[in-house]
Design a protein around this ligand. Structure first.
Ligand code: 2NL
Length: 341
């Protein structure tokens, strides 16, 4: 038996346990319930009584050897690579350091802000949860206006004061008019919410930049020139705009603004649906009712306002054809804006 044990010890010491799978095979082979050590203990029953003690000790030493190899190697695997760098390959390439990319909505919002900052507009922000006054009433929405319907707006609290998720950032500009004296020249970027079924063309939230300019003698010509400047800065010097009459409760007169299609030079293509123009924003002269509601004398002051969807501008600049892409966080989409800043 002594000879058999010596052979076994040598075998144990020469086993390859250099990875986790091999170590597990080692454990099963020697220390498992059907392993070699168990086998030896069974054989011990056949050993004559007077030799039992010595044989038992020998078997114990085999078990201890196998356990020591197993435990040491297990610990080594758990601790990971050792601190010993003497055999470390210093020429190995460094681990890649990945920089994220700015979200396309952030890229375009920043660009819009930069464009208006250059002609003296400040940036104003306000709460996303608004009361009825700042989101609707001050903006000349009649009590029965459909936007006030549960189906169009998210109401977040019923109680003493009903609150809603703002449906536009005009609410920020109402607060500015209430708290500042003209001249006022500001843009309000921010997220707005509408209760809509999510599809390629609609989402329950989007991003707006609204603009407001109030002073003495502000005219529709100022509005037109400001928006032409914006279109040229945003879409290139060749850009032209056209205005179509429209309606908003808070402006009178109101207009939709289209920019000439840069893809076909207004010759007509499937992007502009063969019209040569693409809709980019809505605008108008601030309704006197709105000025008065906000404490500004409409006989002394006039102003213009406009509102645009950042998603819409981004769609035109980068040909993004599905609104859902903006909030799905698909890296294959986001990484395409690596070079934008
Ligand atoms: C659109 C149209 C618009 C305004 C927003 C505004 C704000 C105040 C007073 C009057 Cl405080 N008007 N904002 C005016 C016209 C159009 O937005 O299509 N937005 C995405």
């Amino acid at each position: 038996m002594q000879e058999q044990i010596e052979k076994l010890k040598q075998e144990i010491q020469s086993e390859d346990v250099s990875n986790k799978e091999l170590l597990e095979s080692f454990r099963i082979k020697y220390l498992g319930s059907k392993g070699a050590v168990k086998g030896l203990y069974k054989e011990l029953k056949t050993v004559p009584n007077e030799e039992k003690r010595a044989a038992g000790q020998l078997i114990n030493s085999v078990r201890e050897l196998a356990e020591e190899i197993f435990n040491n190697q297990k610990e080594a695997f758990e601790q990971g690579p050792s601190e010993d760098y003497s055999s470390f390959d210093w020429s190995r390439p460094a681990q890649e350091f990945k920089l994220g990319t700015r979200h396309p909505i952030s890229v375009v919002r920043k660009e819009i802000i930069d464009i208006f900052s250059r002609i003296g507009f400040t940036v104003s922000e306000g709460p996303e949860i608004e009361d009825d006054w700042h989101n609707f009433s001050a903006l000349n929405f009649p009590p029965e206006h459909p936007a006030r319907d549960m189906q169009d707006t998210f109401f977040v609290e019923k109680g003493e004061k009903e609150m809603a998720l703002r449906t536009h950032t005009s609410s920020v500009q109402v607060r500015i008019m209430e708290n500042q004296k003209p001249p006022i020249r500001t843009i309000s970027p921010g997220r707005v919410y509408r209760n809509e079924a999510i599809s390629a063309r609609a989402h329950c939230f989007f991003h707006q930049v609204e603009g407001l300019y109030i002073d003495k003698d502000v005219s529709f010509a100022d509005l037109k020139q400001t928006l032409l400047y914006f279109a040229k800065e945003m879409f290139g010097d060749k850009a032209e705009i056209r205005m179509r009459p429209s309606y908003f409760p808070f402006t009178e007169p109101s207009a939709e603004v289209d920019v000439s299609c840069s893809i076909c030079n207004s010759k007509g293509c499937n992007v502009c649906k063969y019209t040569g123009f693409l809709e980019i924003l809505g605008c108008g002269m601030v309704d006197p009712n709105v000025l008065e509601a906000c404490g500004i004398d409409s006989k002394v002051y006039s102003g213009f306002a406009f509102g645009m969807g950042v998603e819409r501008i981004t769609q035109l600049k980068y040909q993004v054809n599905d609104l859902r892409l903006y909030s799905e966080n698909d890296k294959r989409f986001l990484e395409q804006f690596k070079s934008a800043f």
